[in-house]
Structures are given as C-alpha cells and as structure tokens.
Design a binder for this molecule. Structure first.
Ligand code: TRP
Length: 457
C-alpha cells in the first residue's frame, strides 16, 4: 500500500540536495574536526578519505538502491529482502533513537553560543575556561545552564516536527547552507594564516604513521557513518523517494563529495587554529567534544568584525544542526507512530519527552554527573560511542552480509544499472562481499578486546 502512495523527488538534483542536507550537520562541523585533532591529524584524514571513497561509497549506494528498489523505509525494506533480516531494520532504527538526544545537547550549546554573541558577549566566550564552566554548570543563573538550552533546542525541534513546517526550513537552509560554506572558507583562510598555524597545517595534512592504530580506523569509520547518515536506515528512506529514472551512482558521488568537502573545510577552520593557540605545537592538544566551542571564539576574537562573524557563524551552524535534528526526530516519530499506531501529535509528544529524558544524562554529564562514568566515558561520549562505534558497524556488517551473501550483489547493481552503467561495480562487489565485513569484524574485535582490557591497542 505504502508503495503506491510513495511521493518522489521531482528531480535528481532535488534528491541530491535533500540527501546532502541530511548528511551535512554537526557531524561535519563539530565532530569531524575534533576527531581529526584527537586521532593524529593527517593520518585520520587519510584513513577517512580512503574509507569514504570505498566503504562509504559501497554502503551508500547499497542503502539508496535498497530504498529505491523496495520503496520502503528501513524496517520494512530489510524484511522484504529477506525475512530473517527483519531485526536488522529495527537495529538500524535504534540508532537515531540514541543519537537524537545527545545531538540536541550539542544543538543547545550552539544555541547558547549564538545567544551570547548576539547579546554582545563574544569576548567572554573566548576566555580559556568559558566552555568548561558552561558545560560544568559552574555559572549560576538559569540562562547559563546547558540544561536550559538543551530543553529550548528540543522544543524548537519538536515544534517544527509537530507543525510540519520543514518545507519552510528546507527553503531557508537551501540559502543558508551555501552561505555557511562560504563563511567557513573565509574563517578557514583566516585561521590558516594565523601565526603558528603552519604547524597545524602540517599536522592536518601530513600523515604521521606513528599515530596510526585500530582506534583511528574505528573512529574514522564511525565518523563516516555518522556524517553521511549511513547504517541507520536514513539513506534507505531517502532512496525510496528517489525517481526511478535518475542516475544513482552519480548522485552518491555528489553527496559524498559535498559532505566530505564540508568536513574538510571545517577541519581547516579549527585544527590549524588549535595548534596555533597551543603555541604552534600539535602535541598535547586536548581534543574532545568541546573543541569547536573552545577554539572558534578565540579565532573570531582575532578577526576583523569578529563578533559579527561569530554571530553569523553560530546562526548558520544552528540552522545546519536544526535541519538535521528535525529529520532525526521526524524519523523517530514516524517509527513510533507507525509501530505503536499513534497519531502524529501524540507520537511527537511521546518522542519529545523521551528525547528530554534520554538527553538529560548527556547534558549533566560534564557537570553534576561528572563523577559517573560508563566504560570510562561521560554520558555523551558513551552514547556517541555506542551508536557510532558499536551499533552502526554492526548494522553495516549485516547489511553487507545480506547483500553480499544472501540476496546477492545483483539486487543492488541491477537497480543502479536501470538506466545507466555502473562504473565502480567491481569495487562495490568486492567491498560488500569481502573487504567491508572483514574490516568491521577485525575492528570490532580489537575494540572489544580494548574496552574489556584484555589487550590494549
Ligand atoms: N549526518 C548528520 C550530521 O553530520 C547527522 C545525522 C545522523 C542525521 N543521522 C541523521 C541527520 C539522520 C539527519 C537525519 O550531522
């Protein structure tokens, strides 16, 4: 039934922009730079790029093809390909459920920074301990707590989901996204030319193989899934809206280039600057989720009209974040609504309450709950780890097994080849059948040994 009613994008470019819009978000601007700084700069970048054009390509083309072929979203799509893989759809659907709450926590931080810039407090944001105090709940006052901003952010997201004004938001973000890219280039050029930035550029560009470890690959792989919205059924849903006659392989290439380019520019904006502020040395930079918030205000402080740049920048990031969290929440709402047979309104209310409850530990994790650790991590890092480094690799693994060994790679390649030749078919086949599953198993095994303390890697 669902099949007949399926609406579809009117043009291939519309599809590419929508999918890229889902892909580009905090993952590119906030998450990529801090992981690159944390996992050795150039070597992370190299591993990421290799994974993106091989594994990322194979998985994205698989997901979009599954979606377009079955015309279903992930829960139904996996089941319709093979009954035994029905549970995989559910596992994929669990990922946005885990991501949405902590995504909103970061969204709240962005909102707070935008608010401070617009109220003329840009100078304070550039202070060394500002960010730490903020997420640590050290500043009194309601407006200064991350909890308040988290709740506001969730409410804004929920209202849009409820009213369904995403069309408007989409229009706005079509204008805002290119502006964000342009502004990021300006900031990146500025940050690359700061005194001491050269060391940072070397760190970002020149791979140092002594920094390589299994963790680098795991982090890069998790980031690739996250940033391209893979291994969580999102691209299956998008694929189900893709016009049958359009060029699938080319679209995938464009989405990947777009997403990777923005992450790359965000890295250029932040990594050389952190190194410059660290006295020109890449040693001992403390890279974590706070990197963007600690570094960028300092960069803006040194720029001409920096407070205006800061205001505009955080507004644009806020938009990129909102478009992503709206579609994340939308995904969860549609799953809850469909499966529990709830109307859209009650489902949205239930999901909003759930997101608030699940997000609170992540929000308090650096402050009142700082003492509580799960596997040695704060709540936010823990949820991030479980979704990106555990669940998504598992979903990706079984997707490869399903396509490579059960239904056959032909299912995907036939769909890709409907009207166009499939240039990288061999690459796709080898990746899906062999390389990707073996890689995932090795990395996950290494990770489990590491976390359980059996073997340190
Ligand atoms: N890829 C998005 C980012 O880079 C985050 C994200 C993950 C997302 N899953 C999603 C966005 C689903 C929209 C829908 O920030």
């Amino acid at each position: 039934m669902e099949k007949k009613k399926r609406s579809s994008f009117s043009s291939r470019i519309g599809f590419v922009l929508a999918a890229a819009g889902s892909a580009v978000g905090l993952g590119n601007i906030w998450r990529f730079p801090y992981l690159a700084a944390k996992y050795g700069g150039g070597i992370f970048l190299l591993v990421y790029l290799i994974l993106a054009v091989t594994f990322g390509f194979a998985l994205m083309i698989t997901e979009i093809a599954i979606g377009r072929k079955t015309g279903l979203s992930c829960i139904g799509a996996y089941k319709s390909l093979d009954k035994r893989f029905g549970a995989l759809g559910w596992l994929a659907a669990l990922v946005p459920v885990i991501i949405t709450p902590y995504y909103c926590v970061i969204g709240g931080w962005v909102m707070k920074y935008f608010f401070e810039y617009i109220s003329g407090n840009g100078l304070a944001l550039a202070g060394d301990s500002y960010f730490g105090n903020f997420i640590g709940f050290a500043d009194g006052g309601l407006l200064s707590t991350p909890l308040f901003w988290f709740l506001v952010y969730v409410l804004v997201t929920a209202v849009v989901v409820l009213l369904g004004v995403e069309k408007g938001i989409e229009k706005v973000s079509k204008v805002m996204m290119p502006v964000l890219v342009l502004l990021s280039i300006v900031v990146a050029v500025f940050s690359m030319t700061m005194p001491g930035a050269v060391e940072g550029l070397k760190f970002y560009f020149i791979p140092d193989f002594s920094h390589f470890s299994i963790k680098t690959v795991l982090a890069a792989m998790g980031q690739m899934f996250y940033s391209m919205s893979l291994a969580m059924g999102i691209m299956i849903t998008y694929g189900s809206y893709m016009p049958k006659e359009s060029n699938l392989e080319r679209s995938v290439g464009q989405i990947e280039i777009f997403d990777t380019a923005i992450a790359f520019i965000a890295g250029l904006m932040i990594v050389p600057a952190v190194v410059a502020f660290n006295g020109g040395s890449a040693e001992g930079i403390n890279a974590g989720p706070g990197l963007m918030f600690g570094t960028l205000p300092k960069v803006f402080e040194k720029m001409w009209a920096g407070h205006i740049v800061g205001t505009v920048f955080f507004l644009l990031v806020l938009f990129a974040a909102l478009t992503s969290s709206i579609s994340l929440m939308e995904t969860v709402v549609s799953i809850v609504g469909d499966k529990l047979h709830m109307g859209r309104k009650p489902a949205t209310v239930a999901v909003t309450v759930g997101v608030c409850l699940l997000g609170i530990p992540s929000c308090l994790g650096y402050g009142p709950l700082a003492g509580v650790e799960l596997l040695g991590m704060q709540f936010l890092d823990f949820f991030d780890f479980i979704s990106n480094s555990v669940l998504m690799p598992i979903v990706a693994f079984f997707t490869c097994i399903l396509i490579g060994w059960f239904v056959g790679t032909k299912t995907v390649s036939d769909e890709v080849e409907r009207n166009f030749p499939f240039h990288r078919k061999r690459l796709f086949e080898v990746m899906v059948r062999w390389i990707a599953p073996i890689l995932i198993v090795c990395i996950l095994a290494g990770q489990i040994l590491d976390v359980t303390g059996v073997m340190k890697i």
